[in-house]
Design a protein around this ligand. Structure first.
Ligand code: VAH
Length: 320
């Protein structure tokens, strides 16, 4: 049986939906700290657990005979800079809880998300290698860097089968992102439809690695499904799809919405973005377990505008 912690979040909600489809509702237990995503809560088995509380997670694991855990609960880069100690506590204690449950054989396999946030200003910015200098300058990035070290340690020392991906910024339409620096690439589509204008909190030339949610979910399901001997990297795999700047994503929207306009007003998130790579080399993921992405920027824009137009139209109908 599978447990997803953080199932109401941006990635967790779509991962839950996909895992329920693949493995059957009765084999997937979604869990979060609150009922913050009613679609997730009402479309299968749902439990409230506190991922930072070992006993709370252990009760859920034993009650449902869980053998695989996807730990998707975390505080992201922007919010983490506002609450550094909370970010450290949530991101680290939740990881230790799951690694220790695996070490004590209560569970068999773990997925834990890392991020391009593990890289810092001293990391090569283009085609960032799998193995390179990592001096993250955000609390979130620090938790991801040290989390990777602990995942590799638990694999080497206790043979814990933990697998991890360094996600880039992720674009999706079903669930809003939770306080990241790459969230502008989601907000821009919503504002393009509701306001016809977007004031971007990053400067127009800020190039960042990005990926559509469907690609991220495919990578997550794939890395967890392959035979364990194909996983050669037990810290975390670089994962990439495309890179673009706010100017480029705005132009891709303008091709569909002629009257869309954008303005730029960088805030504190600019220096977080400046510390991250512009593009990522994910050749190890492509070699070891056959990773490949599908969504280009124009395909993402088509899909985002189509789905969000439907979503806002439905909301409009409901409100009448
Ligand atoms: C964030 N969306 O912005 C997350 C992600 C690479 C970015 O880690 O914090």
């Amino acid at each position: 049986k599978i447990l997803i912690l953080g199932a109401c979040g941006q990635i967790g909600s779509e991962l839950t939906q996909e895992l329920r489809l693949i493995y059957g509702n009765e084999n997937v237990i979604a869990s979060d700290i609150s009922y913050s995503n009613l679609e997730v809560v009402n479309s299968g088995i749902f439990e409230i657990t506190d991922a930072t509380d070992y006993a709370s997670v252990k009760v859920c694991v034993e009650k449902h005979h869980i053998d695989t855990v996807y730990l998707m609960a975390a505080m992201l880069s922007a919010v983490g800079e506002k609450y550094p100690m909370k970010a450290w506590d949530l991101n680290m204690s939740s990881l230790f809880n799951i690694l220790n449950l695996a070490k004590e054989k209560f569970i068999k396999r773990v997925f834990w998300p890392s991020s391009i946030a593990v890289f810092g200003p001293s990391t090569p910015k283009e085609h960032t290698p799998q193995f390179t200098t990592m001096e993250p300058t955000t609390v979130y990035g620090i938790t991801k860097q040290v989390g990777e070290r602990w995942c590799e340690y638990y694999y080497n020392k206790y043979n814990v089968d933990v697998r991890s991906l360094r996600y880039p910024g992720i674009i999706s339409w079903k669930t809003l992102p939770g306080g990241g620096t790459t969230d502008y690439a989601v907000e821009i589509y919503h504002k393009a439809i509701t306001d016809g204008h977007y004031e971007c909190f990053l400067s127009e030339e800020t190039k960042l690695p990005m990926m559509f949610m469907e690609d991220a979910i495919k990578a997550t399901v794939d890395i967890m499904a392959v035979d364990t001997e194909r996983i050669k990297i037990r810290s975390s795999y670089n994962l990439a799809a495309i890179s673009f700047t706010p100017n480029e994503i705005a132009n891709s929207i303008k091709e569909k919405l002629k009257e869309f306009t954008i303005s730029y007003k960088p805030d504190f998130r600019q220096q977080i973005a400046n510390s991250w790579p512009k593009s990522i080399d994910d050749s190890y993921a492509r070699k070891d377990w056959n990773w490949s992405h599908s969504y280009s920027l124009s395909k993402i824009t088509d899909k985002m505008l189509l789905e969000l137009r439907k979503k806002y139209h439905q909301n409009l109908q409901k409100s009448k």
